[in-house]
Design a protein around this ligand. Sequence first.
Ligand code: NCD
Ligand code: ZN
Ligand code: ZN
Length: 444
Amino acid sequence: MADLLLKKGKIVFIDGVREGDVVIDKGVIVEITSEYKGPADRVIECQDKVIFPGVVDAHVHMRVPGSEYKEDFTTGSMAAISGGVTSFLDMPNNIPPIISKKMLSEKRSLIDGNSFANYGLFFGATDDNVEELKRISNVPGLKVYMGETTGNLIVRKDETLEEIFSYTSKNFPVVVHAESQECLDRFSAEYSGEDARSRVDFHSVVRPPECAREAVKHVLHIAKKFDARVHIAHASSAEEIDVIRKFKSDKVTCEVTPHHLAFDLSTYDRLGSRAKVNPPLRSREDVDALWAAINDGTVDAVASDHAPHLLKEKDGAYEQCPAGFPGVETILPVMLDAVNHGLLNLDRAAQLLSSGPARIFGIQGKGQIAVGYDADIVIVDMDLEKEVTNAAMLTKCAWTPWDGIKLKGWPIMTIMGGEVTYEGGKFVSSKRGKELTFRSPDAL
Ligand code: NCD
Ligand code: ZN
Ligand code: ZN
């Protein structure tokens, strides 16, 4: 007897799409076959629907502790599940930042029992917490900020980077926010005049691709000496992609965001100051370079960089306006819409959204529709067309940069560990997610 049978759907495997039945028992995929004849407690007819592996969003900011008025684990994880994200990895730039064993365990107790999705918690690096790093366990990786962004986490010294890589090379990946602070300071001095600052696209001018390229090049050079694993977060420009391509190996991976794939400098006309994000929106040529990198295998993952801020903060003056877009609940529909537009195919989307991040961070049992994997699954209707609206968002910040944009291809049901938790636009179960388990790269 199986607990759940997903009948006659288009199953998205990592190497292609084939029709069949997915048999689930005790939360795990136990059989995949062209036609299952055995009994099942519940049968879900998936004719004309797509059976997609639950999205593993490797980059979100759920704002706990410290900025719960923007998002919390309940609202953020409900947003995730409604958008087909069954696991997420949360960043450490909280208030206070997660830079000690004690803060990590406090954050663990804050999320425990409150997240609808499965989760992992990153640890943050500073110039003097490498010893602390050696005391922690079961994290997806270490987060290094090379330039200032929301929160005040930063690593300024090369000696720290060397110390970090000599330890992490045997333990876990280092995720890098790669914008060089020296370069950012240079540009901010150069464009200090009123004229420049009043431009609506000022953020893109004052934080150019050059600063991202400098940081990527610098960190990859150092990491190479230690044969360490580095994951470049939110690569946004042709210049970064060129460098990453040169260094590319199974130790060097990168992610891009849906907003850097979907928006360019013209988006400032539509969103004004709301378009402020780090790294900034880039030119059309940069967007084209990201798509080329998606399709030639340079990009390993698409992650939302879900960075919720309230509209009253976003609509303020440039200096005060915080950088960041919410995105955890639109990541899947935005990528499905891109599939419908012929920009990539479904199995590539599943590699980027699910199996890729699971592989990079060594997440056990997640990321694929395959026997033995956890049954975290999204049922998708590729023909459903819907306009994204602020009003429909579950994120506490209550807006989305896709407001008013029509997308084709939507998740219609989310299954967590073999149990339907979201269906017909509603939560139908109170099932909570669990902390993910990470294998160290030595075990890979
Ligand atoms: C992020 C945030 O608000 O936490 N903002 C952003 O613009 N992406 C921080 C970050 O990822 O750099
Ligand atoms: Zn960042
Ligand atoms: Zn981020």
